[in-house]
Write a protein that binds this ligand. Structure first.
Ligand code: C2E
Ligand code: MG
Ligand code: MG
Ligand code: MG
Length: 277
């Protein structure tokens, strides 16, 4: 397009690019400052066991609560933070915060309560990441077995051998690992075998059209059955209806997350929600 439009428009085009680069830079600085200004918050979504409808854990999901713009969802700023080392500071903050809250819940008497934390690709490459996790577990007192780190397939594929070693090092801390958004990446099933993960999280895109989409039902049932055959746990994301929960339970997927039970909520609200179960 730019070529066909001639020099005048090209000038305009590159000017626009500069503006966009500038906007990005401003946003990156704003995210960096958001952390210092305590504008980043963790919301928590319950993980529910369908056999007794009990909350067995939670996933920590970040929000930026901006004084003027209100609640900014992660897809609007995490990708920007990931273009620089800001994501490492945010990632460490998320991990510490989630472990602190998790420890509080354990101390309230919820034994073996699970704390799920999402990782970013950059954290996998962070030289001392395993040490950071160890330190945070020590500082917060959260038992390692209660921490579950969520990784996506696409994050793992760019340097498989290195990442498999990385996963083994994390597992040695006593924590567990999940593959998030399972089924949406370029996963090769032969690699799945070599990943030392505990759990597959079925992506919401397979769950949302149950029971209208027969193919999604077949795919979901197959992932559940494969997970079990491989000795892995399975969690379904994005469960919004009773019909979906019933289908999943029927196929043997007992652990679910979704709006049917609760959207992600602030810590205080999560505690109230826990009390009700
Ligand atoms: P994810 O880890 O796959 O998280 C699940 C997303 O699905 C969350 O979106 C959650 O709010 C949403 N969700 C849960 N149940 C339902 C449902 O029943 N219906 C619908 N429509 N949505 C549901 P959220 O919080 O906007 O997070 C989006 C993504 O941002 C996450 O996907 C994760 O990849 C990333 N993310 C969130 N927090 C963090 C973080 O602390 N660090 C990093 N690196 N990434 C994060
Ligand atoms: Mg996740
Ligand atoms: Mg997911
Ligand atoms: Mg996702």
């Amino acid at each position: 397009h730019a070529k066909m439009a001639g020099a005048g428009n090209f000038q305009f085009f590159s000017g626009d690019m500069t503006t966009r680069a500038f906007e990005r830079m401003k946003l990156e600085m704003a995210v960096r400052m958001a952390l210092d200004k305590n504008e980043l918050h963790l919301y928590y979504q319950p993980k529910v066991d369908l056999s007794d409808d009990r909350v067995v854990g939670m996933e920590a999901l970040i929000r930026w609560i901006h004084p003027e713009m209100g609640i900014i969802p992660p897809f609007k700023f995490i990708p920007i933070a990931e273009t620089s080392d800001v994501i490492l500071a945010i990632g460490e903050w998320v991990l510490r915060q989630a472990c602190i809250t998790g420890k509080k819940i354990l101390d309230m008497g919820y034994a073996d309560f699970g704390v799920g934390v999402n990782l970013s690709a950059k954290q996998l490459k962070q030289e001392n990441f395993v040490e950071i996790v160890r330190t945070i577990l020590n500082e917060t007192g959260l038992p390692p077995r209660c921490l579950d780190l969520e990784l996506t397939e696409s994050m793992l594929f760019d340097n498989i051998d290195r990442n498999i070693k990385f996963m083994h090092d994390l597992k040695k801390l006593g924590i567990t690992l999940s593959i998030d958004d399972f089924g949406t990446g370029y996963s090769s099933l032969s690699y799945l075998k070599s990943f030392p993960v505990n759990t597959l999280k079925i992506d919401r895109s397979f769950v949302m059209d149950i029971p209208d989409d027969r193919d999604d039902m077949a795919i979901t049932a197959t992932i559940i059955s494969m997970a079990h055959s491989l000795g892995l746990n399975v969690v379904a994301e994005g469960v919004e209806t009773r019909i979906q929960a019933h289908f999943l339970k029927n196929k043997g997927c007992l652990c679910v997350q979704g709006y049917l039970f609760s959207p992600p909520v602030p810590e205080e609200k999560f505690m109230t929600l826990l009390g009700r179960h």
